[in-house]
Design a protein around this ligand. Structure first.
Ligand SMILES: Cc1cc2nc3c(=O)[nH]c(=O)nc-3n(C[C@H](O)[C@H](O)[C@H](O)COP(=O)(O)O)c2cc1C
Length: 198
């Protein structure tokens, strides 16, 4: 089992999404002994925001690419290869202003490539990243799984829709919730880890 753990919190040891992600990885390792784990920190080595050269390179056939375009695709090619090699992907998703961290968004922008991760088939869009399990480790200051703030959650619905577009449809989300709320924050991580079942 090849496990890819994507981190998108810049907070390192204090991060709840990283700790929850690690708990998921640990369970996977005990279920599948001998698994390899690759960790990619999307904030320590961020993917660049998409510029014109990335977009033109995405749409230029391999044989017609300039050296500049080949160079511009390096991040994207590497990230897609890494994703394709994984059997299971664990993605840390801290909530930032109701959505995902821009480092995770930049990764998504580099892995969505026509011809590589999705194609236009006879039935419309077809995702090409298949047969992988994804776990989301979401952390939020408030509570969004239920209650008045539910409609403000653009982490889980966005991630599930976006990943589904490229074929990653088997997605399970675990959430550390209320880390900014007195009385809730002390037990939030333990409660989230308790629910993890891979
Ligand atoms: C810049 C910033 C924006 C945040 N925006 C929100 C938010 O919109 N809603 C929320 O519930 N929590 C918000 N938080 C709190 C984080 O979601 C929470 O601290 C979470 O644990 C961060 O993930 P991490 O612990 O993995 O770093 C924000 C935190 C930061 C630093």
């Amino acid at each position: 089992m090849n496990i890819l753990h994507l981190i998108s919190s810049p907070r390192q040891e204090g991060s709840f999404s990283i700790q929850l992600g690690r708990a998921i990885v640990a369970q996977l390792q005990s279920k599948y002994p001998g698994s390899t784990v690759k960790t990619r920190d999307l904030t320590a080595a961020p993917f660049p925001h998409l510029e014109e050269v990335h977009i033109t390179s995405f749409h230029t056939p391999v044989e017609a690419r300039s050296l500049e375009q080949v160079e511009a695709l390096k991040h994207s090619d590497e990230a897609i290869d890494e994703l394709m090699e994984a059997d299971v992907v664990v993605i840390g998703v801290p909530m930032y202003n109701f959505g995902i961290h821009s480092g995770l968004k930049a990764w998504i922008d580099h892995i969505f490539r026509v011809g590589r991760t999705f194609k236009y088939g006879e039935q419309g869009i077809e995702g090409l990243v298949k047969d992988k399990k994804v776990y989301l480790a979401i952390s939020t200051g408030g509570i969004y799984s239920e209650g008045a703030m539910k409609s403000f959650d653009f982490t889980e619905p966005y991630m599930k829709s976006a990943l589904g577009f490229i074929g990653l449809t088997d997605v399970t989300a675990y959430r550390v919730e209320g880390v900014g709320l007195p009385d809730v924050k002390e037990t939030a991580l333990a409660k989230a880890i308790e629910k993890v079942a891979v």
